[in-house]
Each structure stands twice: as structure tokens, then as C-alpha cells.
Design a protein around this ligand. Sequence first.
Ligand code: MD3
Ligand code: FE
Length: 215
Amino acid sequence: MAAGPKGVAVRPGAVHHPRLLDAAAQRALVEDLRAAASAAPFFTPRMPRSGKPFSVRMTNCGPLGWVSDVAGYRYQPHHPETGRPWPPIPAAALEVWHAVSGRPEPPEACLVNFYAPGARMGLHQDRDEETFDAPVVSVSLGDTAVFRIGGTSRNDPTTSLKLASGDVFVFGGEARLAFHGIDRVLAGSSTLLEKGGRLNLTLRRVTPPPVGASA
Ligand code: MD3
Ligand code: FE
């Protein structure tokens, strides 16, 4: 790991670790994700009910993956198109989780979002998990994103931050249920991905830890 586990709190519960991953670690993680995506191809999620496609493409690693289609948002253990189990979470991503999350139990889901130039993600809360005790850990790779975060009500004021390649963010405590989204991705801001764009990994707990597990 290129930096320590402390980070900078940008608001209560939201801790920024600028460039926690150095260039070599970023390249290695991209290679791990390429391998994962060859086993579990990126798919286009769709909005519940309307079926309107997201502009972001997604895949997952780990025991559970987040999917969205006309039937709704959910976690499931298999890819929606291939029907196969998701590939394992890359070891380097697990190392990030253990360095910054403060949680002994491993993440159960690693959602991988790909933003081609022009893709965005509207303001939303992440609340499909059965537990909000553990933080969500985000790793950004490739072009810089303009990220927006507000409070726990949609109408709360928002602030804008840039997420650059190698940055890790931890969203726990009162930030865990904050509204957030990606307004845009700054084309040409990174050379990590040959064709440009941005990858974001989010590492998550989905189910509560087993009864009797130590914290
Ligand atoms: C704040 N992804 O996958 S990462 C998502 O960059 C998602 O792809 C964005 O929002 C992306 O759900 C933002 C930063 C992030 C992720 C999860 C959060 C911020 C969060 C959960 C709670 C609060
Ligand atoms: Fe989110």
C-alpha cells in the first residue's frame, strides 16, 4: 500500500485517501479487473419498471453482485446474463478493504462500474444491503470523476469533489446513507485506461456478520 490508513475526512463519515494506490498498483488492479471481466462480462443495468438503460456498465466480483433490471435492484450470487457465479474479489482490492474499512470481515460484493466518456450516475442512496454497519469503500481508476455528495435527504445541500485515479474513499457512519452521484468524467485526465474512461470499484458488506463474530 502506498499510503497509510488514516485519510482525510471530507465530511462526517466520508474519508478520502488520495492516491492510496500508486501507478504500479493501479495498473495491476486494472489487469485483475480485465481478467474478472472476461469471466463476468460488463452488462448494461436497467432501471426498475421503465427498463431505461444506465449509461454506466457494470460487473461484479465476490459472493454477491448488485444487479438492476425491470424487476428491481438486488444482490444475487450469479451473473444476470451468463448465469455463472461472480469471480473472486481481486486480492489487491481485499487489501484495500482491510487497510481502510476498519472491519475484520471481508467484503461480500465488489461492484465494478465502467464509465465510457459521457457516462454519469444520478444522485442516489445505496440501500439495497441488509446492513449499513460496514462502510462502502470506493476505488477510482482512470479518468477523474466529478462526484457529488449530499445528506441523507434528497433535498440536502450537496458538495462536489474530484475522484482521481488511485483514490480510495470510505463512506461509513453518517455518510453511509448519503445521497451521491457522478456528474461527469473528465475525458483525457488519465492515461491508465488505453481507450479512456473510468472504472470504479465499490467494496461492500451485504449481510450482517454471523452472530457471535467479534468486531
Ligand atoms: C457514498 N458509484 O456504485 S463511488 C455506486 O463512482 C456508486 O461509480 C459511484 O455510487 C462511482 O453505488 C460513486 C463513491 C460512493 C460509493 C458508494 C457510496 C459513494 C458512496 C455509498 C454511500 C455513500
Ligand atoms: Fe452509490
